[in-house]
Design a protein around this ligand. Structure first.
Ligand code: PLP
Length: 259
């Protein structure tokens, strides 16, 4: 059995964060373990509270896993503060385990899941350790200080990530306006770049999409797929999860992890 780990925040509403990651791991046949960085009080209408976990206890959870399990891949989601980022980066630095960084910053409802002061720690401490980073366009802009207007800007942004030490960048194009398609741009250092296009699905129930996508990549990488294959399979999985969206709650429902 392949064991993978998510280091992320809890979503009490069950659609994003740790809960989305563990459901995705289960669905894709890997054994999921977790390090919780923050609790959120949350439902499909939005986030009503954030309670960060003390960094010592975040590290304690991580050490407990490392002392016992052979972990095949790790993903990070909501990390909230620079102290937490530095704490976990320090531990990951000594490991030789593929790391997928989903640089979660702001929930769709506008609530902050990463303090502004933590962006620099993400850039300088965590990204240099990342095998794959999966920013959406606002996250890519915040992490590189550059604006994306055209495709050529994406290539430049990918170079910025490569310079930090990242091996593969996926820029998720879901935020691009006027597009009939959701296009994601993939850049692999010293290798190929390609885009993945899928028809844009008209639904409001997309809560947790980013978490689920990066969790699926983690599951596939943990099973030994190549970076390229893991990304392509994860894209298929997230497309199905959005197509079979769950209309639960009174707000933006989640994607369907059982699709
Ligand atoms: N809550 C947690 C704990 C998350 O990690 C995330 C996303 O990464 C969200 C909420 C936001 O989910 P969404 O913006 O997809 O609604």
């Amino acid at each position: 059995m392949h064991i993978v780990t998510t280091i992320a925040g809890s979503d009490s509403g069950g659609g994003a964060g740790i809960q989305a990651d563990l459901k995705t791991f289960q669905e894709l046949g890997v054994f999921g373990t977790s390090v919780i960085t923050a609790l959120t009080a949350q439902n499909t209408l939005g986030v009503t509270g954030v309670f960060p976990i003390d960094v010592d206890f975040v590290e304690k959870q991580f050490h407990a896993l490392l002392e016992d399990f052979s972990i095949a891949a790790i993903k990070t989601g909501m990390l909230y503060s620079s102290v937490i980022i530095q704490g976990i980066a320090h531990i990951i630095d000594d490991l030789k385990i593929p790391l997928i960084v989903d640089p979660v910053m702001i929930a769709k409802g506008g609530e902050s899941l990463l303090q502004q002061e933590a962006i620099e720690a993400m850039r300088m401490s965590l990204l240099p350790l990342a095998t794959i980073v999966t920013p959406n366009i606002p996250e890519a802009e915040a992490l590189t200080g550059r604006k994306i207007n055209h495709f050529s800007d994406m290539e430049e942004i990918a170079q910025c990530f490569f310079q930090l030490g990242v091996q593969c960048v996926i820029i998720k194009g879901g935020h691009l306006p006027n597009s009939l398609y959701a296009i994601d741009y993939v850049f692999i250092k010293n290798d190929k770049s390609f885009s993945m296009q899928s028809p844009r699905i008209s639904t409001e129930n997309t809560h947790g999409t980013g978490c689920t996508f990066s969790a699926a990549i983690t599951a596939f990488l943990g099973q030994g797929l190549s970076i390229e294959k893991a990304i392509i399979e994860a894209k298929k999985f997230i497309q199905l999860a959005i197509m079979h969206d769950l209309d639960i709650g009174n707000g933006h429902g989640p994607t369907n992890h059982f699709a």
